[in-house]
Ligand binder design. Structure first.
Ligand SMILES: *Cc1c(COP(=O)(O)O)cnc(C)c1O
Length: 481
């Protein structure tokens, strides 16, 4: 398709500006452009068609099955959008006087109450804008905690399992810690002996996600958190995988001290493409004094107040302006309230059921990385077919596009070779799963019949196989006139 600059025609436009009703004034010369900006010039109908065409070239949750492991690409009920679009929410200004925003403060307070209940935490901040931002914030809390006890100088190490999401070690380094890698055992979980060896009085904490990034629940979790606590460290819960356990088991009860949630995964905000996210951080009482401000407090019987002023000196300070992406919190709260306690639990149960059903229906053809029940996602390995027939995980993923399925996550986690990580989510029906099974089996057969043909896939998409490495290394970010 043509780029918007190629569609542009000199003199076209779609702006009708009202007549000027104030005095005009000249800009100083030094502020003026020397040449006009080269913006595309188009009629409104052509712009509309352009973006519709672009939308048709991509694959979203509304187009079909989107089993992108680790990302929880589930369907997000429209009622969330309706609530977040209410004028009373969208027209707010963060600097409005407190008494005019009582409803918004109550939203934050309610969301905090529910999410603390779901995670087993005592207090929460909504400032962080994404999961990784939440990790960074949580680690700053851990840092502030050790500092307040005069132990920061010696506690410089954050332990991170080798299966961790790449953001974990990155956040730890950004927060000023040194990362120590903890190897996984054969079951894909934390190697307890290696953890014990690594723990000591230089340990600041451990970052863990449970279920972990290969979709397995680490049953030694109580022992793991105990080992870290006994060494004087704190335990961080990467809550991006909460979809599998919400309403069933709580990080707080597993011994975690601080968690981040991905509202844009588990709590039903559309994501991908860089839209606004939210990575609230919850913590136990011992870390609450260090939380960013403002937090929402209750004064008197009915009024909500922002604790700007009564800011304890221990706070790590703001990690973002104001209260974070407030409308994402509105969506999460709508989701939680519309599902209710039972519905939240069922969502997690169905996410796990769907993943196990899909894994079961495929495991005779596709080798699974771990031979046990999974949680909300599972990992297949194409190592053998890569070796024997030169059919890689990438080839299978690309062939799925020909049948309208978004590829699973590829080549992650790093501890599994030729990995395809599948997360169906709870919002898919059995029909959709059965159809996906048919397609995955068909693609496997096609690979058996014509291994080298797989390198050409996809065949039916708006663009064929792309040079992904080239695109990452030499991105073309501007149009060359
Ligand atoms: C998605 C994810 C993150 C990071 O979240 P972002 O919002 O993308 O920054 C961290 N850990 C795990 C396990 C994840 O799946």
């Amino acid at each position: 398709m043509q780029l918007i600059f190629e569609k542009s025609k000199e003199g076209r436009g779609c702006a009708i500006l009202p007549e000027m009703d104030v005095a005009t004034t000249e800009f100083p010369v030094f502020l003026k452009r020397s040449t006009a900006p080269k913006l595309p010039q188009m009629a409104e109908v052509d712009i509309s068609r352009h973006y519709t065409e672009l939308a048709k070239c991509t694959h979203g949750v509304n187009d079909g099955f989107y089993p992108l492991g680790s990302c929880t690409m589930k369907y997000n009920p429209r009622i969330n959008e309706e609530m977040a679009a209410l004028k009373g929410f969208t027209s707010l200004h963060p600097l409005q006087p407190e008494h005019t925003v009582q409803g918004a403060l109550e939203v934050l307070q309610l969301a905090e109450t529910y999410l603390c209940e779901i995670t087993g935490m005592d207090a929460m901040t909504f400032q962080p804008s994404a999961g990784a931002h939440g990790e960074f914030t949580g680690l700053l809390l851990i840092r502030a905690y050790h500092k307040s006890r005069g132990e920061l100088e010696k506690r410089r190490k954050i332990l991170v399992p080798d299966a961790a999401h790449g953001t974990n070690p990155a956040s730890a380094v950004m927060a000023g810690f040194t990362v120590v890698n903890i190897p996984s055992n054969e079951q894909g979980c934390v190697d307890i002996e290696k953890l014990k060896e690594a723990c000591g009085d230089d340990t600041a904490g451990l970052m863990l996600t449970n279920p972990n990034t290969v979709g397995l629940f680490d049953q030694n979790i109580l022992e793991i958190t105990k080992i870290v606590h006994e060494a004087g460290g704190l335990v961080y819960y990467d809550g991006a995988n909460l979809n599998a356990i919400m309403g069933i088991v709580r990080p707080g009860d597993m011994g975690f001290d601080v968690v981040h949630l991905n509202l844009h995964k588990t709590f039903s905000t559309p994501h991908g493409g860089g839209g606004p996210g939210s990575g609230p951080v919850g913590c136990k009482e011992i870390l609450a004094p260090f939380l960013p401000r403002p937090t929402v407090d209750k004064v008197g019987d009915t009024d909500w107040s922002l604790a700007w002023n009564h800011q304890p000196s221990k706070s790590i300070g703001a990690v973002r302006s104001f209260y974070g992406n407030f409308l994402v919190v509105v969506k999460a709260l709508t989701y939680i309230m519309s599902l209710g306690q039972q519905g939240i639990r069922e969502a997690a149960q169905n996410a796990v059921l769907n993943a196990n059903y899909l894994m079961h229906c495929l495991s005779d053809l596709y080798p699974m990385a771990f031979d046990r029940y999974c949680m909300h996602e599972f990992v297949m390995t194409l190592e053998q077919s890569k070796k024997e027939m030169d059919v890689s995980a990438l080839d299978i993923a690309k062939a799925l596009l020909d049948y309208g399925i978004h590829p699973p996550t590829m080549y992650f986690p790093l501890i599994v070779h030729e990995a395809l990580m599948v997360e169906p989510t709870e919002t898919e029906s059995k029909d959709t799963l059965d159809q996906a099974v048919c397609i995955l089996r068909k693609v496997y057969e096609e690979a058996m019949e014509d291994p080298s043909g797989m390198h050409q896939r996809p065949l039916n998409t708006p663009v064929r196989r792309l040079d992904e490495v080239g695109a990452a290394r030499h991105p073309k970010l501007r149009y060359e006139f």
